[in-house]
Design a binder for this molecule. Sequence first.
Ligand code: C2E
Ligand code: CA
Ligand code: CA
Ligand code: CA
Length: 277
Amino acid sequence: AKAAGKNRFLRFQPDMMTALLQRTDLESGLQFAVPNREITVEFQPIVSHRMGQVVQFEALARWDRDGGRVPPSDFIPPAERSGLIREIGLEVMVQGMQQLAPWLGEDPARSLAVNVSGVQLQEHDFAATVLRLAQEYGVAARQLVMEVTESVFFDADCNVIRQLSTLRDAGARVALDDFGTGYSSLGRLQDLPVDTVKIDKTFVSMVRTGSERLPILSAMINMAHSLGLTVTGEGIETPVQADYLTSLGCDSLQGYLFSRPEPAARLPGVLGRAEQA
Ligand code: C2E
Ligand code: CA
Ligand code: CA
Ligand code: CA
């Protein structure tokens, strides 16, 4: 074992060293991201096809570090490995509720979606914490959407189901994020405690002309509808994609076509009004 270890060391290239140091630096920096107030939230609107208006915002975590911004794809995976995602996820939820409470308060049909990691769902008091925060910020449980990926269901951990069920019993909804990218069959959908599916942007990006036939997309939407779920199309960048998904019956749309994620103060009709006044 020692020889193997030595060998491994000899093959350790400088670029690997740089990568390792960067990773270590990122992980140690992440520890102080929340206490140093480096984690902020941006919101991206989700537009209802039927009403043609913004009915929901998804809160997305942002990490500003030394004047630069670390992309979520770089810091969410290590945050999940280290467990720091619990603290970060909570921070996103608190900031999301705090900043959107006035907007949510104007119409009970409006909602706030947050991304929830499987690590958070392993906590026995996750649902209770979410419901307590909602009460604290004056947000109704029915105005909350928990976005989870299907990987949270793999471990068949009954606590995960229990936490989501507690939240759903209180009126919150669960959305299956990145739908279509996982491994489970469409048929498994009916066993999952979810209310909405979010069709992953890789499927949406296949829509280029609007005249192509994309049986997979219509199958996904029809299957979800037949199970009584609502469908959100993600990563909508062009009017052609918006029209095509709408023609397939997609209930709501999200993507750069409508807006990039923005801080609350820059969202029209949210806090922008107060600042413009
Ligand atoms: P996601 O939950 O699938 O979020 C959607 C991502 O797609 C966001 O990237 C968003 O900025 C991006 N996006 C939105 N519209 C478009 C579009 O029209 N075109 C393209 N190409 N992209 C679009 P972002 O903000 O970089 O987040 C990446 C991922 O990081 C999220 O994917 C989510 O899985 C994770 N994440 C972000 N915030 C949190 C968080 O607070 N908690 C957890 N657990 N994960 C988070
Ligand atoms: Ca999401
Ligand atoms: Ca997604
Ligand atoms: Ca994603």
